[in-house]
Design a protein around this ligand. Structure first.
Ligand code: ADP
Ligand code: MG
Length: 689
């Protein structure tokens, strides 16, 4: 149960004034379903408006507030805007334009013959001054007094700035004073305001101190929760697993382990021998050879007379893993079964029996393998592929599966910089596969200006004529988000049409707005070689493996994050033939953009790219350009993470160690903080001991 003090923050947004079902749709899209979310929906920036006596005082492009007298309403034929012609005190004429249904509100707000104060951005349309969709219209100057400086919030379709500002204000009004959870010395040294004041300030002006404080709260909550997980894990009883090596000796691998693989296996072996359950993350790029490391770990469990289970994020990957493991473990006599949501009836029953009587040693599957009905004789190790889809709270459920808590190995192919690893996986020990198996061909990566499109198309034509396949990637940076998303899809569709005109029916396309069947059908045609060119937004799924596709063109490469580019590029270079990746860049490129693309050309090391990307982006790239899913945080920016996370970690440790687990006044406050940032499981662990 959440402490009462937080109740007003966790009410549904629907309980606020003026919010009906219609407004809930866009609110949900923005993730603003509760009052708390609104309070933390910080402005992307602020508009500063210049109040002018007349339009001669204003410059085009400026945000202004000006008094205008309405002269004429002019509806246009067809799809043009509805225009209101208005005059300032000196007789300068300005058009106030409304598109689509907004015309109605414009007509009402600006009656002919009346004077109104209008706030908006002054533009020029031909010879005419114009304000398109003014932000505010008021009947008196005082009506706009509060609008001289105004927050700009992230919006979605169906939501206006005025609406969201009103809702945020309501949220702030009900936000309670909360006790201080930050270390008093730190607050003083940093000059930070208290929580509630910080929140209000952050919505009123760009105030780095207020923003830092709010970000720090989030980082502290995260650090505390991860540390509590670690602490509680240490106090649990697991089964020490010391294999005799007999099964591992029977493995007939067609290759020698890389140094990084051998090191990781040794680290895992050391953990498994302990009574405290292992909590380890295995990080390694696509192709770095994580599977054989996982298999070795599972064999240690089986050698010790216990069972192991491996969870994959999708059905297809589960099947692939099952096949791979069966192939590798041939001749060891180890029984490996597959269980997915699709298995029903007798087949499923027999697997459940085998797990219970211990005749199955290793189970591979989707989330079905940890469902209620699945009982193990002696589950001692759980391996989870692609950890980021499997949260800590789910892991706590998993802990109840064995008689003792199973050892836990998470695997991820996402290279994450060290600072972020700490933020995301701070409760775990980390093994890194930072070395690819030998013999991999480097991908020849080149940066080409979009002005050389003809050459690129020529190279593509030669590649396809030679029997090769290729990917063409179009940017889709803001998935599903507002108008920009629509623009990206339109651009991708246009490119697809152009490529089809040139290369005929050999071209297929996938993007996020297709139905799954359509997507599958296109992918299938490409994978089977029926289609030669796949045009895609960034939705090329993990696990796509088409060795014959050895050319990739990425359009507007400067718009992608380096990590994203790296993942995309990993789709080529999978066969024996040399692969090429062409990064098309815009005609104009910022200094940072140039550096980032140069880095792509220079290295194929995912970890290095991740580190440098953080460095380049952290250093002053605009707020709001970060990609969702980059970090587990909504408030803290990359820059703040780098600056404040180490402090938050130290403070969390002190708080827990000194007070023996969140006792005392500050401890109580810190519990509130955990709830505020929805690390409820942290508190539960504390209770469960
Ligand atoms: P990951 O899961 O990390 O993406 P995999 O485990 O699927 O990578 O391995 C990728 C490929 O590399 C597989 O074909 C695997 O058999 C092979 N491989 C793994 N380790 C080595 C090694 N040490 N030497 C050569 N090939 C290896
Ligand atoms: Mg893998």
């Amino acid at each position: 149960m959440r402490p009462e003090a937080l109740n007003p923050l966790f009410r549904e947004t629907e309980t606020l004034d003026g919010v009906g079902p219609k407004l809930m749709r866009p609110l949900e899209k923005l993730g603003l379903t509760r009052v708390r979310d609104l309070a933390y929906h910080l402005p992307e920036r602020f508009v500063e408006r210049h109040a002018v006596a007349d339009l001669d005082e204003a410059t085009v492009g400026e945000n202004i507030i000006v008094a205008l007298t309405v002269r004429e309403h002019r509806s246009s034929a067809g799809r043009g805007p509805f225009r209101v012609l208005a005059e300032d005190a000196r007789g300068n004429v300005c058009a106030i334009s409304y598109f689509g249904r907004a015309a109605y509100s414009g007509k009402k707000a600006l009656p002919v013959g009346e004077q109104r104060w209008v706030a908006g951005r002054l533009d020029q349309y031909g010879q005419m001054l114009q304000i398109v969709h003014p932000d505010h219209v008021a009947e008196s100057a005082s009506g706009l007094a509060g609008q001289v400086r105004e927050p700009v919030y992230g919006l979605s379709e169906g939501m206006t700035l005025g609406r969201i500002t009103g809702l945020v204000q309501q949220a702030l009004k009900v936000a309670p004073e909360l006790p201080e959870w930050c270390e008093p010395g730190l607050v003083e040294r940093m000059g930070w305001p208290r929580w509630r004041e910080a929140l209000e300030t952050a919505h009123r002006r760009m105030d780095p101190l207020a923003r830092d404080r709010l970000a720090y709260d989030e980082l502290l909550a995260n650090a505390l929760a991860l540390m509590l997980v670690r602490m509680s894990n240490r106090s649990q009883k697991g089964t020490p697993l010391v294999g005799d090596g007999a099964l591992r000796a029977k493995l007939k691998l067609p290759f020698a382990l890389t140094g990084a693989q051998a090191r990781s296996i040794a680290e895992i072996e050391g953990d498994l021998a302990q009574a405290a359950p292992m909590l380890r993350l295995l990080q390694g790029d696509v192709g770095s050879g994580k599977t054989v490391v996982a298999l070795s770990a599972m064999l240690i469990a089986v050698e010790s007379g216990a069972q192991a289970a491996m969870l994959a994020p999708t059905e297809i990957l589960a099947r692939q893993h099952h096949e791979t493991l069966m192939r590798m473990a041939q001749g060891t006599g180890v029984e490996i079964a597959l269980l997915t949501g699709r298995d029903k009836g007798r087949a499923r029953e027999s697997i459940l029996m085998g797990l219970l009587d211990g005749s199955i040693d290793i189970l591979v599957g989707t989330h079905a393998i940890f469902q209620e009905a699945v009982a193990y004789k002696n589950l001692a190790l759980a391996v989870i592929d692609e950890q980021h889809r499997f949260g800590v709270s789910q892991r706590l459920l998993l802990a109840k599966k064995g008689r003792r808590t199973p050892h836990f190995l998470a695997m991820t192919a996402t290279p994450i910089p060290r600072t972020l690893t700490l933020a995301q996986y701070g409760e775990m020990d980390v093994s890194r596969l930072d070395e690819l198996p030998p013999g991999r061909q480097a991908i020849d990566t080149r940066v080409v200006s979009v002005e050389r499109m003809d050459d690129v198309l020529g190279a593509l034509a030669r590649h396809l004529e030679g029997g090769g396949q290729a990917y063409w990637v179009c940017p889709m940076v803001r998935e599903g988000g507002g108008d920009q998303g629509a623009d990206d899809i339109a651009a991708a569709e246009a490119r697809y049409a152009g490529l089809k005109a040139r290369f005929g029916d050999d071209v297929v396309m996938v993007h996020g707005q297709l139905r799954p069947e359509q997507k599958d059908a296109a992918m299938e045609r490409f994978a089977s070689g029926g289609a030669k060119l796949l045009v895609a937004t960034t939705v090329i799924e993990v696990g796509v493996d088409v060795p014959n596709a050895t050319l990739m063109v990425i359009e507007q490469a400067e718009r992608f994050g380096l990590a994203q580019l790296h993942q995309l590029r990993g789709r080529v270079g999978r066969g024996q033939a040399a692969s090429v990746c062409l990064l098309l860049r815009g005609a104009e490129l910022s200094e940072t953009g140039r550096k980032r693309l140069a880095l792509m050309r220079e290295t194929q090391d995912g970890f290095r790219l991740a580190e440098e990307d953080l460095e380049l982006r952290g250093g002053g790239e605009l707020l709001g350009t970060r990609q969702s899913g980059d970090t587990p945080f909504r408030v803290a920016t990359l820059e703040q993470i780098q600056k404040l996370l180490p402090i938050a970690h130290d403070d969390a440790r002190l708080l827990i160690e000194r007070d023996g687990g969140l006792a005392g006044e500050r401890g109580e406050a810190a519990r509130l903080l955990l709830y505020l940032f929805e690390r409820d499981w942290g508190v539960q662990l504390l209770r469960g001991g």
